[in-house]
Write a protein that binds this ligand. Structure first.
Ligand SMILES: NC(=O)c1ccc[n+]([C@@H]2O[C@H](COP(=O)([O-])OP(=O)(O)OC[C@H]3O[C@@H](n4cnc5c(N)ncnc54)[C@H](OP(=O)(O)O)[C@@H]3O)[C@@H](O)[C@H]2O)c1
Length: 349
């Protein structure tokens, strides 16, 4: 199979770096160029020591990008829409890891991001990057917008439960435990080691932006969908865990929940249902997903509490962004969907 040439804008960041790591070992990809304004002219190992010695790639400036088959954009929010006219000339196919094109409507964008969208006509051209929900559209897409990391794991954990009418649609509470790499590589006072180390910090207890994406993507399965997302930062560099509290719609059994998940996910290569009676790893845990494209999903049902708690875990930089982007690229390019994504993680880690 002929290799495609791909480039990454914003490759010195955490999401771009993970994308580079995956793509360097992809059997059908040649990484042509990677950008960083601050590290232009320097080898990529300066930013990502894990790829030292395995590639000769040197960072270039965004304005030095040449034509390629596929362009990945991994920039802070709003920079992708500001520069899209230029990016569109570099590649016919674009995968954006950022938030600019995830929402379908400009009103929703203005509501959640407190800014007017500068390219509202392009919003409908971007396909939401979750293969499990949009595989056939991604296959034909020119432009893909990868889901946010909290949104990825929340949507994947919830949609089978809503589609199979097992839970109430207006009383869903998503308790998200976040890692420090979600904040990107730029140092802030909140990420300074003495301020960040060891914290259990309520970061966004209400009105988290990803609620917009989650409601958008779940609305085909539940018209009155309403989710509340509470995000807490914890002592973890990579990984994301959501504990989702839901009310069963009727009397449901564990068998019903298994059936819903199995019917949606038995053929999905990157979704695993994790619910064991014994052992250390009875429910999903982000630690063992580090570097993988898996989303592990589990659940616990309480008759006494009238509650179904669904649990989802991912690597925020894996299935939560770079892995998801490569999965979308594979689908768009006619490659095997799992190409470059078969790393099973490490244990112990
Ligand atoms: N981190 C995560 O867990 C995660 C998860 C899901 C989605 N995402 C999304 O992925 C995107 C990147 O996130 P990140 O965490 O990798 O951020 P990051 O670590 O801060 O990296 C940002 C990258 O963009 C470049 N950049 C910044 N300002 C630029 C400008 N004005 N023009 C050109 N390049 C610029 C930076 O390099 P230079 O400054 O050297 O140019 C760097 O390579 C964001 O949209 C984020 O929402 C991240």
């Amino acid at each position: 199979m002929k290799k495609i040439n791909v480039s990454i804008v914003g490759a010195s960041g955490y999401a771009g770096g993970e994308l580079l790591r995956i793509l360097l070992f992809h059997p059908h990809v040649n990484v042509l160029q990677v950008t960083s304004r601050t590290l232009a002219g320097q080898p990529v190992g300066v930013a990502h020591p894990n790829v030292r010695g395995i590639t000769d790639l040197i960072f270039c400036l965004p304005q030095e990008l040449k034509a390629c088959d596929m362009l990945f954009i991994s920039l802070p929010n709003t920079l992708s829409m500001q520069n899209m006219a230029g990016f569109g000339k570099i590649a016919r196919k674009i995968i954006d890891l950022g938030a600019d094109f995830r929402l379908n409507s400009q009103d929703a964008f203005a509501y959640w991001y407190k800014k007017e969208h500068s390219l509202p006509n392009l919003l409908s051209k971007f396909i939401y990057g979750l293969a499990e929900l949009h595989r056939s559209e991604i296959k034909k897409a020119k432009y893909v917008a990868c889901a946010g990391c909290e949104a990825t794991v929340s949507i994947l954990t919830l949609y089978p439960l809503l589609k199979h009418k097992l839970i109430e649609e207006d009383s869903i509470i998503i308790d998200a435990k976040m890692s420090s790499s979600q904040g990107g590589h730029v140092l802030t006072s909140a990420s300074h080691h003495p301020e960040r180390a060891g914290v259990v910090r309520s970061y966004k207890p209400v009105d988290h932006r990803h609620a917009g994406e989650i409601e958008q993507e779940l609305s085909p399965f539940a018209k009155k969908i309403k989710v509340a997302v509470s995000a807490t930062t914890i002592e973890m560099v990579r990984g994301l865990l959501v504990t989702i509290h839901t009310r069963p719609k009727k009397e449901i059994s564990e068998k019903d929940v298994w059936k819903a998940y199995r019917s949606e996910y038995s053929k999905e290569p990157f979704i695993r249902i994790v619910k064991e009676a014994t052992g250390n790893y009875r429910y999903p845990e982000p630690k063992i997903l580090t570097g993988t494209n898996y989303c592990d999903i589990g659940f616990a049902l309480s008759e006494r509490e009238n509650r179904l708690v669904a649990i989802g875990a991912i690597d925020n930089l894996g299935k939560g962004t770079a892995g998801q982007a490569v999965q979308a690229m594979n689908i768009m390019s006619g490659f095997p969907e799992t190409a470059g994504l078969t790393f099973p993680g490490l244990h112990p880690i």
